[in-house]
Design a binder for this molecule. Sequence first.
Ligand SMILES: *[C@@H]1O[C@H](CO)[C@@H](O)[C@H](O)[C@H]1NC(C)=O
Ligand SMILES: *[C@@H]1O[C@H](CO)[C@@H](O)[C@H](O)[C@H]1NC(C)=O
Ligand SMILES: *[C@@H]1O[C@H](CO)[C@@H](O)[C@H](O)[C@H]1NC(C)=O
Length: 514
Amino acid sequence: MKSLYIILSILSVISIGNAAKILCVFPAGAHSHYTIGYSLVKGLAAKGHQVTFASPFESKESIKNLKTIYLEDVQKQAEERFSKRSIFDIVNVPALAMIPLVGDMGLWTSEVTYSDKAIQTILNSNETYDAVITEAFATDALQGIAYHFNAPSILVTTIGPSIWTNYVTASPSMYSYMTNPFLAYTQKMTFCQRVINILTAFLQNSLNVIYFFPQQDKILHKYIPDAPNLYELIKNTSLYLFNSDPVLNVPLPLVPNTIEIGGIHIEPPKKLPEDLQKFLDDSKEGVIYFSMGGNLKSKELPQATRDAILRVFSKLKEKVLWKFEEDLPGKPKNVEIRKWLPQQDILAHPNVKLFITHGGLLSTVESLSRGVPVVGIPVFGDQALNMQNAVTRGYGISVPYKEFTEEKLSSALQEMLGNSSYSQIAKEMSTLMNDKQVKQIDKAAYWIEYVIRHKGAPHLRVAAHELTWYQYYSLDVILFLILIKIVLIKVFWIVSRKLCKRLCNKKQTKQKKN
Ligand SMILES: *[C@@H]1O[C@H](CO)[C@@H](O)[C@H](O)[C@H]1NC(C)=O
Ligand SMILES: *[C@@H]1O[C@H](CO)[C@@H](O)[C@H](O)[C@H]1NC(C)=O
Ligand SMILES: *[C@@H]1O[C@H](CO)[C@@H](O)[C@H](O)[C@H]1NC(C)=O
């Protein structure tokens, strides 16, 4: 008994010895982003780490080892900034305009995060941290928090790697097959698409260098005056985690300190509330689950669109379960609405045949993990890209919000419900997705612990940051080789002309002699 006690106390000391203090800042006001951050910190806390999680969402749960901090100022300012218009208005913003829009949003996010009282309290405290995790998307100034605590900087982005993030770790950006997420092209681009893709990249890189990086640098030095140049902090990033997966997104070349953890928020199915369980069990003819996600409120849908959707639903023999935030007068008999629904658990019910979604990454991932095919109504951001993937791989049909008509939705539903190939592919995708060496949270935790153990793990970084852009693309070498080639051709030309002349002269003198 005594020896067991000794062993247990030694074990507990060892586990305390390995436990790290981690600060995690997730400033985005979108609930899907919060979900990813919260899944990550919950997992880290469960492994014994002391985690502080700051976000503009209030947490009701109390979890061992996890301290949540509410970024009230960020939340208030976000409400002011975004309350004026519905997200459905963004639909008409062209992809090119998304570049300054997102850049501007990033500046705003960096500023409001630093100026938040809770973040200021953390920065001015005597706290120490072994690692700082920040959510990143055009918010480079926030790398200053890790610098302030002299801790390895770990970034998380809630979409997959792309031109928006590759500059940090210097993962290769091949514009021939890697597309800008907002363009929503497939990897097999036409010539014109490749032209647009590369021009977009050029515009984005130029805007960053000319405007957005200097502005981020200003914010950085306003709040962390002793920080080095922003580029130094970007270069010093230890680890980059992405909410993506080559099965769900597209396969990409990634450098060793870039890790994909898509699906980290998927949990085993839980028991459903009784009324929902009964509704789903009783719907033998099948159920279509419909939700436009957390940011897009179905009630903000224009009346005409809403009526069109209801007309389509009323003609179906299947039941429809719709996440709708208010009363829905005139809803057909086969439509059931709820303000909130446990999406992952509903999708796990065998009677659910189809998911009508806005195509957000979390919803797409949840649907696939349960093997349910999707009809997407993408509105903005990466939603069109996710739906493009679904169409390419054959587990979904896209009816973009911009082009939405009653007929298109109706024929998409008829096609999906009448053709089993979509659901079969979704099931295959689910098998692929779940075939992992370790769980995504274990993978994330391993890499976070790894960079803490190895003092930021600079040995994982590629040398690209030490090169100028023309060295990176070997343009200087190519130019040099072209010059050599020109010189060689020239020399060869001169020599052969001289030789030729001499030979000819010899011939002539010979002829004359003869
Ligand atoms: C931090 O430590 C210093 C010196 O030990 C002390 O004077 C100061 O009050 C501490 N600040 C906070 C916020 O605890
Ligand atoms: C780079 O990160 C390490 C921690 O991984 C930190 O100690 C160091 O001060 C950082 N250097 C710069 C220039 O940011
Ligand atoms: C079902 O859909 C797949 C993929 O779109 C298509 O190739 C196939 O021909 C369809 N089958 C029928 C019977 O329509």
